[in-house]
Design a protein around this ligand. Structure first.
Ligand SMILES: Cc1ncc(COP(=O)(O)O)c(C=O)c1O
Length: 351
């Protein structure tokens, strides 16, 4: 039996109050623009992020790919860090759906630096080389381990890209976590980008859905592309109701997930020095270097699972643990017992 599911913050199940909000949602046919709950959600998220308009999508990947589609013409390129979700985990969608190429820079745990973007960006090279049309930033950074992006670096990049006519898209699947960890208003992050995608189905605990925000014209165009990509939905207000409920009740509480992640990280760092660098624990994600305790990551994941703790091997030597709504103090305590005991006894003793 799984007692602490730390696989991802996407595994949450909607609670009763959220389901009740879904059951009583006022709905209509959204392809005809007639779903009041969806309209409300889109307007609410756009307002929170300081943009004119919003568009509900079935997934974060679709919201990101619509952002890419809006800004990059076939044959142009986007640039981003080599661990970015858009580049690593959307299965080549930018190339397949938009006919574009990508180049990447190497980052430290996904941390964004304007200088990395500046060094790669190339514009005005006409028929000779590929022109950069878009810079992608991910905040917080998933594979980087919940890394919060520095606002001053984002602002620096914004100035630079503006000078060169290059757009910026924020993959803000976990922007809520960055906002809660730093106190920076969502709008301050949002307004530095041409488009922003945010997920309702990660830390916020809704079952489905993301929102892409941007200028009114851009979002009107994205609405056409969403239909073309097969993402036009009918009575999706049922899903919007869950999102609205999550926005109301589940943003501030993310600080609890952050505190539980830190508590576990501190226990592991003490049990097995070198396994967790506490300076890297910024939000709800903890990356554990299990190799430092003699484990191969897949074996560590298997040993933890037999003791009721689910985790994810992000590389041969590191395991990712993610805190969310469905991991309470008791589950965190159980995870700490299991993980510290495995780490301190070391992998050479096997599971
Ligand atoms: C940073 C980031 N962006 C985008 C996505 C894509 O979201 P979805 O799974 O809804 O397509 C994820 C999913 O985990 C993610 O971590």
């Amino acid at each position: 039996m799984i007692r602490a599911d730390l696989l991802s913050d996407t595994v949450t199940r909607p609670g009763f109050a959220m389901r009740e909000a879904m059951a009583t949602a006022v709905v209509g046919d959204d392809v005809f623009g007639e779903d009041p709950s969806l309209r409300e959600l889109e307007a609410r998220v756009a307002e929170l992020l300081g943009h004119e308009a919003g568009l509900f999508t079935p997934s974060g990947s679709m919201a990101n790919q619509l952002g890419v589609r809006l800004h990059v013409k076939p044959g142009e390129e986007l640039i981003g860090d080599s661990l970015a979700h858009v580049l690593r985990a959307e299965l080549g969608a930018a190339a397949v759906l938009s006919g574009i190429s990508s180049r990447t820079w190497v980052s430290e745990r996904g941390r964004f630096r304007a200088a990395d973007a500046a060094a790669l960006m190339i514009t005005g090279v006409g028929p000779y080389q590929v022109c950069t049309a878009l810079v992608i930033v991910e905040n917080t950074h998933n594979f980087g381990g919940g890394t919060v992006q520095p606002l001053d670096e984002i602002r620096r990049a914004r100035e630079l890209t503006r000078e060169h006519g290059v757009a910026m898209h924020l993959d803000g699947a976990r922007l809520w976590n960055a906002h809660v960890a730093t106190g920076v208003p969502l709008e301050d992050y949002g307004r530095e980008f041409d488009t922003v995608s945010v997920c309702l189905s990660k830390g916020l605990g809704a079952p489905v859905g993301s929102v892409l925000v941007g200028g009114a014209e851009a979002i009107a165009e994205a609405r056409i592309w969403r239909k073309r990509f097969g993402g036009g939905m009918r009575q999706a207000g049922i899903l919007a109701a869950a999102g609205l409920w999550a926005l109301e009740h589940h943003i501030d509480r993310l600080s609890v997930d952050h505190a539980r992640a830190r508590r576990a990280a501190e226990a592991m760092a003490e049990a097995a020095p070198g396994s967790v660098d506490l300076a890297t624990v910024e939000t709800n994600i903890v990356i554990v270097d299990v190799a430092a305790a003699g484990w191969a990551a897949p074996e560590f994941v298997a040993a933890a699972l037999t003791r009721g703790v689910r985790s994810y091997a992000v590389s041969a030597r590191a395991v990712r643990l993610v805190w969310h709504l469905d991991v309470d103090d008791e589950a965190t305590g159980h995870a700490i017992d299991v993980l510290t005991s495995l780490l301190s006894r070391g992998g050479q003793h096997t599971a």
